[in-house]
Write a protein that binds this ligand. Structure first.
Ligand SMILES: [Cu+2]
Length: 186
């Protein structure tokens, strides 16, 4: 967890990257590679439903997933059907370890600003201007953020054989074991 002091110091740096929604993803020629601690394409690309070769059900609990690991092949598109069976908000996010580390800071800010509460997501706050045109949204195609009882689908195409992780980046959850390895074979 962040102490108040560390958190204040980190806020200025983070506010620049918190607009992780539409602006960051659609920016033409976006090559700064700083969003999510790296280019999202390190983990693959958004998939299309008609290309999905199989589906995997992901159950979220407090604080772990079923299944605990995922195997994929490079070039494969998988439909993930995710359901939150837990009593608090959880995330399913596909990324590199570095992407998760960076996203944990963004999620801490969302919790700090009340966008994410313990058992509910304030979607109406996500589009609000937090100052300077920065918006806290959570609509990236590699992730789903779910309140208790909610379900969602993520369709993701794995492009390269590299170690990935699926993780919940709500403060404290990754550390307590809410993550799993994704093995992508050639
Ligand atoms: Cu969680």
């Amino acid at each position: 967890m962040f102490s108040t002091l560390q958190y204040s110091a980190a806020t200025l740096a983070l506010i620049a990257s918190i607009g992780l929604g539409a602006g960051a993803v659609t920016a033409a020629g976006d090559d700064d590679g700083h969003h999510h601690g790296g280019d999202m394409r390190m983990a693959g690309v958004p998939g299309h439903a008609d290309e999905a070769t199989r589906s995997i059900e992901i159950a979220m609990h407090d604080n772990y997933y079923e299944p605990e690991t995922i195997d994929a092949k490079a070039g494969e598109t998988i439909l993930f059907v995710i359901t939150n069976h837990g009593s608090v908000v959880h995330e399913f996010n596909i990324g590199t370890a570095a992407m998760h580390t960076a996203h944990q800071e963004e999620m801490a800010m969302m919790v700090d600003h009340g966008v994410i509460e313990i058992d509910r997501i304030n979607h109406d706050m996500m589009d609000k201007d937090m100052g300077g045109g920065h918006v806290m949204s959570h609509d990236d195609p590699n992730s789903a953020l779910l309140a208790p009882g909610e379900s969602a689908e993520v369709i993701w195409k794995f492009t390269e054989a590299r170690p990935l992780e699926f993780a919940c980046n709500i403060p404290g959850h990754y550390e307590s074991g809410m993550m799993g390895d994704i093995t992508v074979t050639p």
